[in-house]
Write a protein that binds this ligand. Structure first.
Ligand SMILES: C[S@@+](CC[C@H](N)C(=O)[O-])C[C@H]1O[C@@H](n2cnc3c(N)ncnc32)[C@H](O)[C@@H]1O
Length: 190
């Protein structure tokens, strides 16, 4: 079952990174990069600017520096220890931001979405990948410490922060019950 969950996770991460619409010049951030698959996938598309990942776990960041030693040394990847609610980046620094399997853990999701909006450029895109409440409920081992979320809540947090949203329900063999919400920041917003 863990293997099935891992495969489901990889599919969700791939779907979210793909929805970010990355290209060679994208200024990309993944918030809560965990094992770093998102960064690995983004490296296939982005070549002219450094990719950023943040995570508030020092162990995750240490492991990330080990896994991406060469890319960090070449300035292609920057991995920082930071909380999504207080990002060490200037306003509008990124045009593509992902955060995957993370919303469940944020104590104040509305504040986190406001902070993600702050660092997303007008016209830029925040992609949120997550497992919905019904699928979560089917995995009791994933219930303690996990907030159960569904698209209406995620969209409400994002819209309150100034994004317009569209959500895709993933419906494949291992990803049924997962969602990708694409939140776009209006051009002309500050
Ligand atoms: C379940 S893992 C997901 C990792 C990866 N995105 C994935 O989908 O496999 C959640 C990650 O979010 C990080 N995280 C949780 N709350 C956070 C916060 N407030 N700020 C930054 N990172 C956070 C955790 O340390 C962990 O690495």
């Amino acid at each position: 079952m863990t293997r099935l969950l891992d495969r489901g996770n990889a599919s969700l991460i791939k779907a979210a990174v793909s929805a970010a619409g990355l290209h060679s010049d994208s200024r990309y951030l993944d918030a809560g990069f965990g094992g770093g698959l998102s960064i690995r996938l983004a490296l296939r598309s982005v070549s002219n600017t450094p990719l950023y990942g943040i995570d508030f776990s020092p162990d995750v960041v240490r492991e990330g520096h080990r896994s991406f030693k060469t890319q960090v040394a070449h300035g292609e990847v920057a991995l920082l220890k930071a909380d999504v609610a207080e990002l060490p980046f200037r306003d509008g620094m990124f045009d593509a931001v992902t955060t995957i399997n993370t919303v469940y853990f944020w104590p104040e999701p509305a504040a986190a979405f406001r902070e993600l909006a702050r660092v997303t450029a007008p016209g830029g895109r925040l992609v949120v990948g997550y497992t919905g409440a019904q699928k979560m409920a089917g995995h009791p081992e994933l219930s303690t410490g996990f907030r159960h979320v569904d698209p209406p809540e995620v969209e409400a947090w994002a819209e309150a922060a100034g994004f317009s949203c569209a959500t895709e329900a993933l419906d494949g063999r291992v990803t049924t019950g997962d969602f990708v919400t694409v939140a776009t920041r209006a051009i002309g917003s500050r």
